[in-house]
Ligand binder design. Structure first.
Ligand SMILES: [Zn+2]
Length: 330
């Protein structure tokens, strides 16, 4: 038996813009927090099946990590461990997102949650060679007041490592109306923005977040492939798509990997990046994702390099650090 050929793409330096903290608890971090945790139990409770019915079905597998991430110790261990996972994956820059108000079950205030994760981020950056920023999420079912609270946190901690805000959650079950004032105020105040759309719902949801929320980055956005007019809108406004192929397939937006539109979108001229979204429930690394894309779509090192440079160009990183990271990618 011969050893597998070395991968031309898996070891490349990478940028990851779309990654959820609460969807990235590894067996290592869970074992540190739950005495007697076994690999079997971890797989049963923390990993979703390879095919879920839809996004809401997939959300069931976030219950275990969220139940765990309610204390300073748990948030600290999970954040530092995520930076370890990123360094192992040769990710040189990452944006890590989470909704602070989902971590209050044991009495933490949202400010404390953000401060704990920021402190852990800085501690993790000293241990592992990864640059990173945080993105704070407001969720589709949240009301406007909750969104303003997230925006206020993003403003308060902008100098300490919070890069911007995101709209996440059940996009098929909830509309946009109550989020529009939040994103308009964010734009007025120079807070950078992204929003999930075009995954669980169709191309129209991508049009909405571009037109109504004013975002120039969209989490997923892959169902814009269903409407050429939405592709035109994306190109016209130079919108970047944070694409997470394996996650889309897991929630059955597309049946199999070759059905995924990432390569067609790229050939249409769309700026996009390759991301995991969820290292936990999806049991995924970017190495594995790059390898799959190489195998299925024939992407080579230059294709990944240009996607990473596109990602960096729209990242929430300050220009001097951006130039530094650019040096690692070339
Ligand atoms: Zn996401």
């Amino acid at each position: 038996m011969t050893a597998p050929a070395p991968s031309p793409v898996a070891d490349l330096p990478k940028v990851e813009l779309h990654l959820h903290l609460d969807c990235s608890t590894s067996f290592q971090s869970v074992s540190a927090l739950v005495p007697g945790m076994t690999l079997e139990r971890y797989r049963a409770d923390f990993l979703a099946p390879k095919k879920c019915v839809n996004l809401v079905d997939y959300f069931r597998y976030l219950a275990a990590p969220l139940a765990l991430l309610q204390t300073e110790r748990a948030l600290r261990i999970a954040t530092i461990d995520l930076l370890r996972q990123l360094a192992d994956d040769n990710v040189v820059y990452a944006e890590i997102r989470f909704a602070p108000h989902l971590h209050q079950l044991e009495g933490l205030r949202t400010e404390q949650v953000v401060e704990i994760v920021l402190a852990a981020l800085n501690e993790g950056k000293r241990l592992h060679p990864v640059e990173a920023r945080l993105i704070l999420c407001t969720l589709r079912p949240d009301d406007t007041a909750q969104g303003f609270e997230i925006l206020a946190l993003a403003e308060k901690y902008a100098e300490q490592g919070v890069g911007g805000i995101d709209l996440a959650g059940d996009e098929a079950g909830y509309g946009l109306a109550q989020h529009i004032p939040v994103f308009r105020r964010a734009a007025d105040r120079g807070i950078r923005m992204t929003a999930h759309a075009g995954e669980a719902t169709g191309a129209q949801s991508v049009r909405e977040v571009i037109s109504e929320l004013g975002v120039r980055r969209v989490g997923h956005g892959v169902r814009s492939i269903e409407d050429p007019a939405v592709i035109d809108l994306i190109l016209e406004h130079e919108v970047h798509l944070e694409v997470c192929p394996s996650c889309n397939i897991q929630i059955d937006v597309f049946p199999t990997y070759p059905d995924h539109p990432i390569d067609r979108l790229r050939r249409a001229g769309v700026s996009l990046s390759v991301n995991t979204d969820a290292r936990g429930p999806t049991d995924l690394t970017l190495r594995a994702e790059y390898q799959r894309m190489h195998g299925v779509f024939g992407w080579e090192a230059d294709d990944f390099r240009s996607a990473n440079l596109d990602a960096l160009a729209v990242s929430f990183l300050e220009p001097p650090q951006r130039r530094q990271i650019e040096g690692f990618l070339k």
